[in-house]
Each structure stands twice: as C-alpha cells, then as structure tokens.
Write a protein that binds this ligand. Structure first.
Ligand code: ZN
Ligand code: ZN
Length: 363
C-alpha cells in the first residue's frame, strides 16, 4: 500500500463482504505500468493500493455479477482499470475509459483501480494485494489458462498499443509511423502496428535504451533511432525520402511541449495523425499554423477500448510474439517499492515489463 510519496508498507484488511452484484479476485499478477512511476511520487493525501493491470482467479462471485459477465468462481480473468457505470453512451460502446464515473481527469471522485484510496470501502482497489474487490462496475475479460502470469499481466499495455498505434493512428498496410519511447507501451505499439500491417515502423529511444530498442527490433520495428545521438527529424526525412510518416505515437514521459512540435515536423503533409501520451509543459508559440497547413490530427492517448483488450489477449495467447523478452522482472508484495522504481529506472537494472506476483515468495 502507498502511504506517502515513494513510500509503501504492508497492511492487512478484512476480506470484504461479497454481495449479489460484486465479486472477489484472488490476484495472480499485476503489471507495473509506466504511469505507476508518476503516481508513486504524487501523494493525494490518502493511502491507496496501487496496481491497475490485474489478472487473477475469481474467488467468490455474487449471482448477479456472475450472470453479467458469464463467469464463475475459479475462472481466470483480466480486470480493466476502469470502474465504469455500464449504462452511459461511452460504456455502451465499450469505451469504458471515457465514462465519467471512472474518468479521473474530469471527475476527482472517480473510482479506478490503483487510484481509489483505502478510505473508500472496502479498501481493496489495487492489484498489489492478495485480493481485489470487484463491484458491479468492474470490467472483465477471460484470460486463457495457458498464458504465463507475466504475459497475462501485459494485456492492458498491449491493448494501449492497439488503441494508440492502430485505432487512433489509423495504421494499416502501406502506412508508416514513428513510435517514440521504447518502454512497455512503445514496444506494445510496435507489435500492434506491425501486426496491423504497417510497412514502416520507426522506434525512437535514447542511447541508454539500447536493450529496449533491440527488443523493439525483435518485435518488428524496421528502424531504431537513438534520439540523443542522432537527429530524429533528419533520419526520418532520410528514411522516407523527405516525405515524413503517416503517424507519430509518443509514449515517452517527456513533456508534450517537447514532443508535439517534433511530431508535427515528422508527419507527412495532409495525412498526419499524432497521438500523444505525455502531458505537461507549455509551449510559448504553438505551431498551430504548421499543424493546420499540414492538416494534422492531434489526439491524446487515453487508455483503451474493450475491443482492444480482447485483441491484445488474443495476440498474447497466440504465442507468436517473443513477449518473454519484455517480461524482465517479477517481485513479491514486499518488493512493490523496488518493482515500481525498477520501471522508473532507479531499481533493478534492465527492466522492461515488471510484474508483481502477490503470492510469490520473496527472495
Ligand atoms: Zn497502466
Ligand atoms: Zn459509463
């Protein structure tokens, strides 16, 4: 449990009462997200259990809950981070991410796994825990039994890759894109773009990301660029004979103010789509005219739809991709601090995707 900025402790809670429309998950694996690194340094004033990329086995399920999702006790499922109302226009389209009840951007009281504090009963709102409480608003996916726990925990970052690099960036045969940042989201985006038939995928990172860039190559990146050693704009111009690419997907944690102007330079005239994950920074002279003249669409990367998670799980289940190369580290519950710091680059070296296995015995 997070008890302060970059501070965790273990605490015991009573198991919650499971009514007809709720359930209890025995957490098998919880992926550490890049966003956990930022969340861990921020402190909202109330302790919370982090962990929003959760997979586990249903321990106990009320009748209405079981009927709603067609699941029963003992079933293995992935649980989305969203706790959505289920009946608004967004929920009915499978776009749970936009539901006001779970949208932490627009609703400070929104419920969301890995975000909601323990002061909201029954406290078990995060996956870095033995058990996770699932109210009626939980969103589930079946998880095939044969998928190893660490890869099952990649379902949500893989879904982000599908959503950002394919759906939002409109990738397909003949299309080209630059993916900035070779972390788990960027690498998932590479896999998704190549699987969708993209003809040219350029992955950028820093010189210190060499291993991640190499894994990017294994996942299908056609070219990798070390942005602190090479001029990204020049290289992309060279590779595309001066034309630029169809889309740029920024998965870095650098401020948008640094990445968006570069992305605008990298995309083609009249076709460009830019998807930006990073927030923050201000631009004193935003190149709005360049954006308009090039007829660029600029969109924030904001999670994933239900369909993208289903596709991601299918891809993971296929066994066709070398995902074991992403799964670099696992930690038990008493090492959550180290797990998050490893993703942030200040813990165990060489981390790409890190999973918390709550029932793993500590080393
Ligand atoms: Zn996440
Ligand atoms: Zn809703």
């Amino acid at each position: 449990m997070q008890v302060g900025p970059e501070a965790t402790e273990l605490r015991e809670f009573p198991l919650p009462h499971v009514g007809p429309d709720s359930a209890l998950l025995k957490v098998e694996a919880a992926g550490v997200c890049g966003s956990d690194v930022g969340s861990y340094t921020r402190w909202g004033g109330a302790p919370r259990i982090l962990g929003h990329e959760n997979v586990g086995v249903i321990m106990q399920a009320g009748n209405a809950f079981a009927r709603r999702w067609g699941v029963g006790e003992g079933d293995r499922v992935a649980v989305e981070e969203y706790l959505a109302c289920g009946h608004c226009e967004h929920c009915l389209r499978g776009e749970f991410r936009h539901c006001a009840e779970t949208d932490t951007f627009s609703n400070p009281g929104a419920l969301r796994y890995g975000h909601t504090p323990i002061t909201t009963p029954p406290a078990l709102w995060g996956g870095y825990s033995h058990y996770l409480y699932m109210p009626a608003s939980a969103v589930l996916h079946r998880m095939p039994e044969h998928i190893p726990a660490e890869q099952a925990a990649m379902a949500l970052p893989m879904a982000n890759g599908v959503e950002w690099a394919v759906v939002e960036a409109q990738t397909g045969p003949g299309r080209s894109l630059v993916i900035m940042g070779p972390g788990q989201q960027g690498l998932s985006a590479v896999l998704a773009a190549k699987a969708a038939g993209a003809d040219l995928v350029i992955l950028t990172g820093l010189a210190r990301d060499q291993r991640r860039l190499e894994v990017g190559g294994r996942l299908g990146a056609d070219v990798t660029i070390e942005a602190d050693r090479e001029d990204v704009h020049e290289r992309v111009r060279e590779i595309t004979a001066g034309k630029g690419v169809d889309a740029v997907v920024d998965t870095t944690s650098a401020p948008a103010s640094a990445m968006v102007p570069l992305a605008i330079d990298l995309v083609k005239r009249k076709a460009g789509r830019i998807i930006v994950q990073s927030l923050g920074g201000t631009i004193s002279a935003f190149p709005i005219e360049k954006l308009a003249r090039k007829y660029i669409t600029l969109k924030p990367a904001r999670g994933h739809s239900y369909a993208s998670v289903e596709l991601a799980i299918q891809r993971i289940a296929s066994g066709k991709y070398p995902l074991e190369r992403l799964a670099t580290h696992t930690f038990g519950l008493s090492d959550v601090d180290l797990a998050i710091r490893s993703v942030g680059g200040s813990g165990a070296p060489g981390a790409i995707h890190v999973t918390v296995l709550p029932w793993q015995r500590e080393s």
